[in-house]
Design a protein around this ligand. Structure first.
Ligand SMILES: [Ca+2]
Length: 92
């Protein structure tokens, strides 16, 4: 893994927050991701996963997994909870 002196945990957390609002703000309602916003986030932020999975199946799985309260949108809390699950899964 390459070392970059600009990357630390604080930087990573700010990036996670910034990425959420970058996509959630597209429809003028920045407090949630709708399905189109989430699809764009997944395609751009998870390019390897997106390239290796059927996109419709991937989106159903991701949206279903992130939308814990099933209100058809992804809140910031749902987003960061899902990111935490992903980090835990990735570290094995
Ligand atoms: Ca939700």
């Amino acid at each position: 893994m390459s070392q970059d002196c600009k990357v630390n945990l604080e930087f990573c957390m700010q990036a996670i927050i910034g990425i959420y609002y970058k996509y959630s703000s597209k429809d003028g309602v920045p407090d949630s991701l709708n399905q189109d916003e989430l699809k764009q986030l997944v395609m751009e932020q998870f390019p390897i996963l997106s390239a290796n999975a059927k996109k419709e199946d991937l989106m159903k799985t991701v949206f279903g997994a992130m939308d814990f309260d099933q209100d058809n949108k992804v809140s910031f809390r749902e987003y960061v909870t899902f990111i935490a699950f992903l980090i835990d899964a990735l570290q094995g």
